[in-house]
Design a protein. Structure first.
Length: 88
């Protein structure tokens, strides 16, 4: 996409995070988190699909090692939803 001058948007990055979430054994949760962080750096607005895929990826991390971070992501989702609701 970048080679063609097309900037990734929420939909394409959600697809990428969702694909990483489906990796065997939760092996790609770190890359899913990196994509999410890159979204924020680039100003690409995450949505509920983004958060759901990321939380699921983190929940599948080997040995359940990322459940606390998954809760943090969920709390961020709640904050985002509150901002959206109260700014309308």
């Amino acid at each position: 996409m970048k080679r063609r001058g097309v900037q990734p948007d929420t939909v394409t990055l959600n697809a990428l995070i969702s694909a990483m979430e489906k990796a065997p054994g939760g092996s790609q949760w770190e890359k899913a988190l990196e994509v999410f962080q890159e979204m924020n750096r680039r100003g690409v607005e995450p949505n509920t699909v983004t958060f759901n895929a990321l939380i699921s990826a983190m929940g599948k991390a080997p040995g359940g090692s990322q459940w606390e971070r998954a809760v943090e992501v969920f709390e961020e989702l709640v904050e985002e939803m509150e901002r959206t609701i109260f700014s309308a």
